[in-house]
Design a protein around this ligand. Structure first.
Ligand code: ADP
Ligand code: MG
Ligand code: MG
Length: 898
């Protein structure tokens, strides 16, 4: 089996299906090459070699591929008519990483590899462009130095050691732009760079191209286990054994003068999803210049350029003179690029994010991939592609990443507050959303405040973690395709980029705009949809959901085979969830209802009462409150089932633990403080999670169950009188044995019958149980004989199956995750292997006696896409999750059924 795959000259060994082996970039380079897109020739070293390198070490792994690499280089040489390591006519190459999924900026890329003191002269002569040759050489030393030799800034306030040398020279020569360096300047820079490398690493910069190549390949392999990559993998749950491929490719040069350039483009708008070709480019520039935000990039299309000029307040004349679009500047190239973007989008049937380089009037495509996009863009693009008949309904649904829908449900600025807000500057609307927070200037300080806005001149891949923590990102430099913009869109995080009016000083930690100074810790607000930057904290409100959102939900409805319910304790939550399409309530927790001030008092009196009579009296006070709660919820969920769980938590959670409150309670109840204290002490438990809670409460104090059952049935009857249908499903928590269930069921049914008699009317209701104790899942066949339904309470079931206390797990779970003892937090992602078995067993055994037993889930997992899929495969009737996760669960459920 080959370890190296060639591409170029309209041929390729690989194709787009081979992402696991060739990485995303390599697979797509191969695909593009074979469908006739002009791609510089090259080869891909497989991800398996990366794994071999990690397991067997450098010598063995490199030994495996030495011959194949030599042959592959020879192949490039023959296509390009140049020679690697030659003095006269040298081949230069790029070494690019590329994992299975695109991890922007995660892995490092080295350009212009193969240059040394001889080759630079050959290139200069061959191209008849000395300036270009030396510019490429200094770029190479800079990149290779940074990526392979570890020449990075020594502290976060420092700048890149090579940038520092360049800045010093610019200062000395009194120039501003890289393009203003003379040839002699570039030669001096090369010399100084090499000296800096020697001084810092103690070794000469490697001059042999083959050594350079080996060094770069190893560096790419190593970057797979670099901090940034590891963090990104964790964030997305990608396993560490995937490895990265290495792409080696002939260089094409965007820095050969005014007829050359480089850029990035998107087939649709990655922020809004609009079907407009867009992107940015720079003339006389190479690779990363656009993304790094070193110079202000120009727009690809004329309309894009005009829109940009408006935001950046550039006059039309100046725009045409200094920032013309590619469409205006190089109409032929633009036409060709426009063709390729259409071809590629049709070919991949998804929005593409492409890189290109123009070398002396010839266009080369260097990368294509399914573009990262915001949640809003994701929804619009999926529906648009469907309407354009590029994809079918199922494919449209599969283009939705359920978790990303969350972004659409987040607040936007309140238009009234926005009118009064004081705008201090304008940047580019890089990633939509509303963000307010306190200013921080360093990514590793993003967690300094509860809400922070990361303010940077520009961001780099090192900042990823901080960007994730911050509420929003603001940069002074860089365009719509800058690192900050691309990453923020991927995260669905609000970002304003390229706000040129900002003066940021890292040393003094200040931001100055128009002479006004803002310090670290000052509040600012960003509007990522307009690029506006505001002073202070601007109020936000709930978003309105777009038409496409509803269309996606309709599609989900069409394909889903499982219902989605919600966990809701109040009529308000119930309404929100119903608007999102919840088909009932899977869990109403009744204890939350007791925590309001006037109720907690009655509750405490009930707990403190020593006699059944005393308890009944206190409960009488609670009854009307509970009843009206249920009426509200039933009304909000009219006609849909509502599962109500009887009181669950240990009683000690309700009694006061502070002296002040204890004293007040004693006075109220006309008892002594000591009596209150005694009761509190009496209720204290060593292990409350395994203590006196759940049905154990109802069994020791049946009056509680009685009161709750009465409140539920009376509420339903009251609504029936008003013509509103209520469908209560009464759920007994924490059952482990059949007898427990029977005892509680008897109380409930007796109470219901009594109420029916009193009112001379009746309603339908169910009595079922929570499945959350492992024993209950094993005894499910017995329990199902009596229970009308099962609802898997996977929070407790996980806790009891693993034996991890939910309240204490934060002490060790993070370490477990870090050490790879656990892949995911089992309280977030259902442990399908272990806990999942109990869910399956419980369902199967239950249905073996009652074929149509209603089964659902009401733990946190009900809104987590992979767990939803598991629930579907287990044959559940519904999942239930918090209101804002309902749309996510609905799409996940539909995807599971496709
Ligand atoms: P990333 O994954 O961070 O985008 P890439 O490998 O795509 O890294 O490369 C970084 C930049 O260098 C991109 O702009 C790319 O277009 C450019 N580049 C890579 N290889 C070549 C090449 N052979 N010729 C010219 N530019 C290149
Ligand atoms: Mg790239
Ligand atoms: Mg529970």
């Amino acid at each position: 089996k080959p370890r190296v795959y060639n591409f170029g000259d309209k041929k390729a060994d690989g194709n787009r299906e081979m992402k696991n082996l060739l990485g995303g970039k390599g697979a797509n380079l191969a695909e593009m090459s074979s469908i006739g897109i002009p791609v510089p020739p090259g080869f891909t070293i497989t991800t398996e070699v990366c794994t071999e390198y990690n397991q067997l070490g450098e010598e063995v792994a490199m030994g495996f591929i030495r011959d194949e690499i030599e042959a592959a280089i020879a192949n490039i040489e023959s296509i390009m008519g140049t020679k690697f390591g030659d003095k006269e006519n040298p081949l230069l190459i790029s070494v690019r990483s590329g994992a299975r999924v695109s991890m922007p900026g995660m892995m490092d890329t080295v350009l212009n590899l193969g240059l040394n003191d001889d080759a630079v002269l050959g290139i200069a002569k061959q191209t008849n462009n000395e300036r270009f040759a030396w510019d490429s050489y200094r770029r190479f030393i800079q990149m290779y130095g940074g990526v392979v030799l570890g020449m990075k800034p020594e502290s976060k306030e420092d700048i890149d050691p090579f940038e520092e040398i360049m800045e010093a020279l610019k200062h000395k020569r009194n120039i501003e732009l890289d393009t203003e360096f003379t040839i002699q300047d570039l030669k001096d820079l090369v010399y100084d760079f090499k000296e800096a490398v020697k001084k810092r690493t103690g070794k000469n910069f490697p001059s042999n191209p083959w050594d350079q190549l080996t060094g770069a390949i190893i560096a790419v392999f190593n970057s797979w286990n670099g901090d940034r990559a590891v963090y990104y993998r964790k964030m997305h749950g990608y396993p560490s054994d995937w490895g990265t491929a290495v792409n080696v490719q002939a260089m094409v040069y965007g820095n050969m003068g005014s007829d050359s350039g480089t850029g990035v483009c998107f087939t649709r708008d990655a922020a809004t999803g609009e079907n407009t070709f867009n992107g940015e480019y720079l003339i006389d520039a190479q690779g990363e210049d656009v993304v790094a935000g070193v110079r202000t990039p120009q727009q690809i299309t004329k309309t894009g350029s005009q829109r940009w000029a408006e935001l950046a307040q550039v006059e039309e004349d100046d725009r045409i003179k200094y920032y013309p679009s590619l469409e205006e500047l190089m109409p032929e190239i633009f036409k060709e690029l426009n063709q390729y973007q259409e071809i590629l989008e049709k070919h991949y049937r998804d929005m593409q994010d492409m890189e290109f380089t123009i070398q002396q009037g010839k266009l080369w495509i260097l990368q294509t991939r399914n573009g990262k996009r915001t949640g809003a863009a994701m929804v619009k693009i999926a529906m648009d592609l469907l309407k354009e008949r590029m994809i079918n309904e199922k494919e449209a649904l599969l283009l939705i990443e359920p978790n990303k829908l969350d972004e659409l449900l987040h607040p936007v600025f309140d238009p009234k507050a926005l009118k009064k807000a004081h705008a201090i500057a304008q940047g580019l609307p890089a990633s939509p959303g509303a963000a307010t927070g306190k200013i921080v200037f360093f990514a590793d300080e993003a967690d300094k405040y509860k809400s922070s806005i990361l303010v940077r001149i520009e961001t780099s891949p090192e900042d990823l973690e901080g960007m994730n923590i911050a509420r929003g990102i603001l940069t002074a430099r860089g365009g719509m395709t800058s690192h900050a913009a691309v990453v923020a869109r991927g995260m669905g995080k609000c970002c304003v980029s390229g706000a040129g009016a900002l003066r940021i000083d890292y040393k003094t930690r200040t931001l100055t705009v128009d002479g006004h100074k803002y310090q670290e810790g000052d509040w600012i607000s960003l509007n990522g949809s307009t690029g506006n930057i505001f002073e202070g904290k601007v109020a936000t409100m709930e978003p309105e959901l777009s038409g496409e959102f509803a269309e996606i939900m309709d599609l989900a409805q069409k394909f889903t085979k499982m219902q989605v319910r919600t966990n809701a304790d109040t009529p308000k939550d119930a309404k929100v969830a119903r608007n999102f399409g919840a088909q009932g309530i899977g869990l109403t927790r009744t204890e939350h209802m007791f925590f309001e001030v006037d109720r907690i008092k009655a509750m405490r009196e009930m707990i403190l009462a020593d006699t059944v009579k005393g308890r009944k009296e206190a409960l009488k006070e609670l009854l009307p409150m509970q009843r009206s709660d249920f009426e509200g919820i039933f009304e909000a969920m009219e006609g849909l089932p509502v599962t109500i769980r009887l009181l669950d938590p240990p009683l000690h959670e309700f009694v006061p633990h502070q002296l002040e409150t204890q004293r007040a309670l004693a006075e109220d109840m006309h008892i002594t403080l000591q009596e209150v204290k005694n009761k509190v002490a009496e209720l204290e438990e060593f292990n409350p999670m395994l203590g006196h809670r759940g049905c154990r409460l109802g069994i020791t104090y049946p009056e509680i169950t009685e009161m709750q059952a009465r409140a539920i049935i009376e509420a339903a009857l009251n609504l029936k009188e008003k013509g509103i249908e209520a469908k209560p499903e009464i759920m007994i928590p924490l059952i482990g044995t059949m007898a427990e269930f029977e005892s509680q069921e008897a109380v409930i049914r007796a109470t219901a019958n009594q109420v029916f008699e009193e009112r001379n009317d009746s309603i339908e209701y169910l009595v079922g149980t929570m499945m959350e104790i492992p024993r209950a899942t094993l005894m499910a066949d017995l329990i199902a004989e009596k229970a009308d339904f099962f609802s898997f309470g996977t929070n407790d079931l996980t806790q009891m199956t693993f034996g991890y206390s939910r309240d204490d797990a934060s002490k060790f779970l993070p370490i477990y995750l870090e050490k790879g003892i656990l892949k995911d937090d089992p309280f977030e992602v259902l442990d399908q292997e272990g806990v999942g078995q109990l869910v399956k067993i419980g369902t199967e055994r239950g249905r073996s006696v009652k074929t149509n037993l209603k089964v659902g889930i009401c733990g946190e997992h009900g809104g987590e896409p992979s767990s939803v899929e598991f629930c579907y495969n287990t044959g559940m009737n519904y999942v239930s999750c918090s209101p804002f996760r309902v749309p996510i669960a609905r799409v996940a459920a539909a995807q599971a059924a496709i």
